[in-house]
Ligand binder design. Structure first.
Ligand SMILES: *[C@@H]1O[C@H](CO)[C@@H](O)[C@H](O)[C@H]1NC(C)=O
Ligand SMILES: *[C@@H]1O[C@H](CO)[C@@H](O)[C@H](O)[C@H]1NC(C)=O
Ligand SMILES: *[C@@H]1O[C@H](CO)[C@@H](O)[C@H](O)[C@H]1NC(C)=O
Ligand SMILES: *[C@@H]1O[C@H](CO)[C@@H](O)[C@H](O)[C@H]1NC(C)=O
Length: 376
């Protein structure tokens, strides 16, 4: 025993004793994006896509201390990069009610590494409210410059990453949150491509139209947390954040009440889409550039969405159209008879479908926003 203690003592004296730094999650050195609440040093959120970016120099590990309010919990994905962009997805964490210390990275941090931690499951699957308490390293945390481009994405199950990751060989599958992965959606690809600070507000099964009954996307849009809706809890004017670009991918579920595009309900869809955009401009007090999309799960709403672009423009909105109609048909499908309609689960776009949506959106947004330079 004495020998062992002597040995440890000698080892400690003989080497530089690494100092451990614990940084609160709310530390200004961390660049956060997405809707969140700072509670003391803890950062709380439940919308998918909420992301923390932290930079560390030297040392051998980075740990995050996280829990959620629900046992079921959420999953988060971690990228490590020394290249200035998200390089390789490194780790996927299952965050639960138990306050765990999750290893984000082990190895030699080296000169400088950027660590990106994103919430990839939408809140409707009982994720609870995630609480990131702190980050810890034996290196040094340095400030991560904030991303200056800002995007908000509003949508239904497609945007909520529902059914994206189809298990290989599955004859059919339906999401219960297990197939969700925001990081492989068109939104995440756009955020990465443009180096943007992003917010994603998306709920499966939802419409833009109140005629769908129950809470719809205009109700969720005003909420800090999913369960707040329809209480308008998000502090738009004082949040210090407003999107430059807002992508709205809705209509698939509105078809339940539209039925045929030349109906009165079709006109109503156009009117409520314009009203949504005007409300967003008013709430954020910012002349947002909107991108309305069509497809890939249905195309029937196309003329109604195009009408919203035309009328919205006449009424002073900055609004453009993105054609995502072929993202599903362009993807490699899994059923021999293509009965699923798209490459994810239950007819939803999967990894290729989302990539197709990204390919459709990227040039339009790059050109309109002047974000076409690759050097960020
Ligand atoms: C999560 O951790 C926080 C901070 O330690 C703690 O206050 C809270 O009770 C924990 N939540 C649950 C559900 O255990
Ligand atoms: C949508 O339109 C595209 C392009 O015309 C077509 O290939 C695709 O099959 C359509 N999808 C649906 C669901 O109707
Ligand atoms: C917003 O931008 C559009 C297009 O540039 C312009 O026509 C409109 O007047 C602007 N609105 C406000 C309130 O600045
Ligand atoms: C980038 O976008 C701007 C604004 O739309 C446009 O004027 C310019 O020609 C584009 N540059 C390239 C290289 O595509």
């Amino acid at each position: 025993m004495a020998n062992i203690l002597l040995f440890i003592g000698a080892a400690l004296i003989g080497s530089v004793i690494a100092e451990v730094t614990v940084m609160q999650a709310s530390d200004p050195k961390v660049d956060w994006s997405g809707r969140r609440v700072v509670d003391g040093g803890t950062v709380n959120f439940d919308w998918l896509g909420v992301t923390a970016r932290l930079t560390v120099t030297g040392g051998t590990y980075v740990i995050a201390t996280i829990n959620t309010t629900q046992l079921r919990g959420t999953r988060m994905r971690v990228w490590i990069s020394d290249q200035g962009f998200d390089l390789y997805p490194q780790v996927q964490l299952w965050v639960t009610k138990i306050l765990n210390r999750h290893i984000l990275f082990t190895g030699s941090v080296g000169n400088k590494r950027l660590i990106t931690l994103s919430n990839i499951v939408p809140p409707q699957y009982g994720t609870g409210i995630t609480k990131v308490v702190s980050f810890e390293t034996d290196g040094t945390f340095v400030s991560t410059p904030p991303q200056t481009r800002r995007i908000e994405v509003i949508g239904d199950s497609i945007t909520a990453a529902t059914n994206v990751v189809r298990p290989s060989g599955a004859p059919h599958c339906g999401d219960a949150g297990y197939q969700s992965d925001w990081s492989q959606t068109y939104s995440a690809l756009l955020c990465q491509r443009f180096g943007a600070s992003c917010s994603t507000i998306a709920v499966g099964g939802k419409c833009i139209m109140k005629e769908c009954h129950g809470l719809q996307m205009p109700d969720y849009f005003v909420s800090t947390y999913y369960h707040d809706a329809p209480k308008p809890t998000y502090p738009f004017a004082t949040s210090g954040w407003a999107p430059d670009a807002m992508i709205i991918n809705l209509g698939t579920n509105d078809m339940r009440v539209i039925k045929t595009p030349d109906s009165a309900m079709g006109k109503q869809f156009t009117a409520e889409t314009i009203a949504f955009m005007k409300n967003a401009v008013k709430l954020y007090q910012s002349n947002i550039t909107f991108f309305l999309t069509t497809g890939p799960m249905e195309n029937t709403t196309m003329p109604l969405t195009k009408a919203a672009v035309e009328q919205g423009t006449q009424e002073g909105l900055k609004v453009h159209w993105i054609d995502m109609r072929t993202a599903c048909v362009d993807a490699r499908l899994h059923a021999p008879d293509d009965e699923d309609g798209c490459d994810g689960c239950a007819g939803h776009p999967g990894i290729e479908g989302h990539y197709g949506m990204y390919l459709a959106a990227e040039p339009v947004i790059a050109n309109v926003m002047g974000w076409n330079n690759t050097s960020l």
